[in-house]
Design a protein. Structure first.
Lengths: 204, 212, 430
């Protein structure tokens, strides 16, 4: 399969969450790849991941789905904010994309499907009246990449700017959105950003 | 011999426009079940094949000799087409029956829906965000989906408030929509009435739907 | 008998009575009570007067009636009583107002009997009479018969336009009908006419309200049906989409295996051209996909109508199909697509087994668009056809149409129709 073509070693394959946990109890793995909707229905991927993280907190978790749903994103982030990822199945359809995602997860980062991050940041219309509307074009780019879970270095590389410039933008964003600047740690930062974006349209 | 539709939700008197309300309600519920199954089928059939092909292409790409630009481009193009197809399939599936509606319930599904609309819509449910509303869920979801698509162009903020209620007939869902015209009420009316609920249009559109 | 004489007749018994009272009261007590009642003697005339005053009042009623009976002359103006009865008619209740009118009529004309007849189903029926009869009156065929009756002395008909609605009759044996009588009868007649009109309006109003409620509910149901039909169409399209996509993607998968083989064998040029072919197939699939997903599919149906769309449909089938009878006008989208998909489902299923050409005939009549599908040789069971047509059956029914199946040993005839006009489906009673 693609994983093998990319040079990764597949140590276990299971049809359902329970089977997977059994296999992983005895075989070590760096990253577990799960379909959110795998058995046990309806969200076996999430429930299995919760258990796996308890037992083996260092193992990375990559969630795949045919749909990019922010509802599940929030649930995933509750399971963990490190070594965790959520991607659309077809978007990791090349060795390059798959390897990149797995590498970031293994490195402890969060990887969020860009389609989803974009949807969260780019709320529709010129009618946007909240603080995000005050961000500049560049700041929006940075915000989107932050919502994808990227580190400062990662953002800098994507935008072809220096890490320092990125830090400045981030500071400005946080001020405008009135978020706590204790955002030196990447995953807390992502969480803050995502929570903020979601809260703009919902009341829970 | 006359071939009757299997659902029998239409009276044999169908020519004169009359309808047995209870039979119609059961017909609605049966229709929602069929649509859930159809979405499943689309997901497990067409979508699964398409994403499997994408992965296959990914593997194939590795077999391409270094630097063969036309072939690499060709494969990339085909992958892109498949991506587009999957996007379209997702849209169709969402119109048939969004899986989130089945799995997580009305409020999460509505939030996902409004996130993709071209207008500022808020869904307010308080502590009832995870509550399930039974038969009312697809009727309200699809009614709102149709209504909001027709309504939202003016830029006025729209608020949808949902809360459960209890009546003599059992649990109910109450929905209030502000910031929209009568299109939302119109779209909700047929589906909601068919289940025995009511819709009132005014400054606010007020909806009451039985959950069973 | 003049008024004067009547007056005298009235006065007479009263005068006599007063005289008697005075005499008795003035003479008797002194006799009874003796020489000591001198005081009383002074008061006695006053006492007598008081008794007379009270007595006259009490006696006047019966005296009047006695005199009336002798003289047959009314002594009170009936118009005050008529006004009272008219007040009652304003409430519009026939059963309380009519007897009141009859009473006014009898009293005002001093008739022995007054009857109000109503026209019910072309006969005259006694609806009220004063005084109330001991035995019910018979029905009367028409007003001429009424005139012939021995107990009827005067008849006044009540008409609306040239239609007889009711009649008033009075019985006054041995006395003549005066001009005043006639005038009173005419007045009562117009009151009755007003009353009857009011009642007719109320009935009509009730009927209208009932019809409106029925119509409202029919309209509501017809809207439900249309929504259901549209939902069914969307499901149909999605299923079609899934079917088409799965099929085509299976083909692409096969082609990909070919590309893989080429790459492994270093036939890169072949690989390039095959990938190109795959690309083209996907483009085509995506196009079709989009028009299906947009809900207006197939586009040839929208652009050129039913006959053209069916022609395109049958080209790819493994069996020949004979298309006849192209409609000469366009119909609403739901009608054309309803028939289109029905034919598509049926013909696709029938064409799976070999046989002679399937005949498909379109026709327009009785404000319906109809289609007849004949397969002269098939082994399909009814149940299988029913299953293949399930979605279409529901959709056609929801739109106000129907499907009939005729089966002989080897042949099958399917007939389906839809009304040419969709909204409102109300009133499409077969």
């Amino acid at each position: 399969m693609l994983l093998q073509a990319a040079g990764h070693e597949v140590v276990a394959v299971a049809a359902g969450g329970d089977e997977l946990r059994e296999l992983l109890a005895t075989t070590p793995a760096d990253v577990a790849v799960l379909d959110i909707r795998m058995p046990p229905e309806p969200d076996g991927g999430l429930t299995t991941a919760e258990r796996l993280r308890e037992v083996n907190p260092d193992m990375g978790l990559l969630f795949l789905s045919h749909y990019a749903e922010s509802h599940y994103l929030m649930r995933i982030l509750r399971i963990g904010t490190e070594s965790i990822g959520y991607r659309l199945k077809e978007k990791i359809g090349s060795v390059e994309a798959l390897s990149y995602t797995l590498a970031r997860i293994e490195a402890g980062e969060i990887v969020i499907e860009p389609v989803l991050a974009k949807r969260l940041v780019d709320r529709p219309g010129a009618q946007r009246k909240d603080a995000v509307a005050t961000l500049s074009e560049r700041e929006l780019d940075v915000l989107r990449l932050m919502a994808e879970g990227r580190s400062n270095g990662g953002i800098a590389a994507q935008l072809f700017v220096s890490a320092k410039a990125v830090e400045k933008h981030i500071a400005s964003i946080f001020t405008k959105l009135d978020l706590h600047p204790d955002a030196s740690v990447n995953h807390r930062r992502v969480l803050a950003v995502l929570r903020y974006l979601r809260s703009q349209r919902d009341e829970d | 011999m006359r071939l009757e539709p299997a659902g029998a939700s239409l009276t044999s008197d169908s020519a004169n426009g009359a309808v047995d309300a209870e039979a119609w309600r059961r017909g609605e519920l049966a229709e929602w079940r069929r649509r859930r199954l159809l979405e499943r089928k689309l997901h497990d059939g067409a979508a699964m094949r398409a994403s499997a092909l994408v992965l296959r292409l990914g593997v194939l790409r590795e077999l391409v000799p270094e630097g063969n630009a036309p072939l690499l481009e060709g494969i990339d193009d085909v992958q892109d087409e498949l991506h587009l197809m999957l996007d379209e399939l997702r849209e169709v599936a969402a119109q048939i029956y969004p899986p989130l509606l089945e799995e997580a319930g009305l409020v999460p599904a509505l939030r996902e829906l409004v996130a993709q609309l071209d207008a500022p819509v808020r869904v307010i449910a308080g502590r009832h965000a995870q509550t399930r509303f039974g038969a009312a869920e697809p009727a309200v979801y699809f009614g709102l989906a149709e209504g909001l698509a027709a309504a939202a162009r003016s830029g006025t903020p729209v608020e949808i408030v949902l809360k459960p209620a209890v009546s003599a007939g059992g649990p109910e869902l109450l929905v209030s929509v502000t910031g929209v015209g009568p299109e939302v009420g119109e779209a909700l009316r047929d589906r909601v009435q068919a289940l025995g609920g009511t819709v009132e249009c005014g400054e606010t559109t007020e909806v009451r739907v039985p959950c069973e | 008998m003049t008024r004067l004489r009547v007056g005298v007749l009235r006065a007479l018994p009263v005068g006599v009575g007063v005289f008697v009272v005075f005499v008795v009261l003035n003479t008797l007590p002194p006799v009874l009570l003796g020489r000591n009642a001198v005081v009383f003697t002074v008061l006695l005339p006053f006492l007598a007067a008081a008794v007379c005053a009270l007595g006259v009042r009490a006696v006047l009623g019966p005296v009047d009636r006695f005199v009336e009976r002798i003289t047959r002359l009314r002594t009170t103006t009936p118009y005050s009583v008529l006004a009272e009865a008219a007040a009652r008619t304003r409430t519009g209740m026939l059963d309380t107002a009519l007897p009141g009118l009859a009473e006014v009529l009898a009293g005002g004309t001093a008739a022995r009997q007054a009857v109000i007849w109503l026209v019910v189903s072309d006969r005259l029926v006694a609806a009220a009479s004063h005084p109330p009869p001991r035995t019910p009156f018979p029905e009367v065929a028409n007003i001429a018969v009424l005139l012939d009756r021995p107990d009827v002395d005067h008849v006044v008909p009540i008409v609306e336009g040239d239609v007889l609605r009711a009649a008033l009759t009075i019985t006054k044996p041995g006395a003549s009908i005066t001009v005043a009588d006639q005038r009173l009868m005419r007045d009562v007649a117009s009151e009755a006419r007003l009353l009857l009109q009011g009642v007719a309006l109320a009935t009509e109003l009730r009927e209208r309200v009932r019809q409106a409620a029925e119509l409202g509910s029919e309209l509501q149901h017809s809207r439900w049906r249309l929504t259901r039909a549209r939902d069914l169409e969307r499901s149909r399209l999605a299923a079609e989409l899934g079917h088409v996509t799965t099929g085509r993607l299976a083909v692409v998968r096969g082609l990909l295996d070919g590309v893989r083989a080429d790459l492994l064998a270093d036939r890169t040029d072949d690989a390039v051209s095959e990938v190109g072919m795959i690309r083209a197939r996907l483009d085509e699939l995506l196009e079709r996909f989009r028009s299906i997903a947009r809900g207006v599919y197939p586009s040839v149906l929208r652009d050129q109508g039913l006959a053209a769309a069916l022609e395109e449909l049958v080209v790819d089938l493994p069996r020949e199909v004979d298309l006849r009878g192209a409609p000469d006008r366009r119909y609403p989208w739901e009608v054309e697509s309803g028939i289109y998909y029905f034919v598509a489902s049926a013909v696709q299923r029938l064409a799976e087994s070999p046989g002679p050409p399937i005949e498909v005939t379109l026709s327009e009549a009785d404000r319906r668009l109809s289609v007849e599908i004949v397969d002269a040789h098939t082994e399909l069971a009814e149940a299988e056809l029913q299953a293949a047509l399930a979605n279409d059956l529901e959709r056609l029914a929801a739109l106000g149409g129907a499907v009939d199946l005729g089966r002989t040993e080897s042949s099958v005839v399917l007939r389906a129709y839809l009304p040419e006009q969709l909204e409102p489906i109300v009133g499409a009673r077969s």
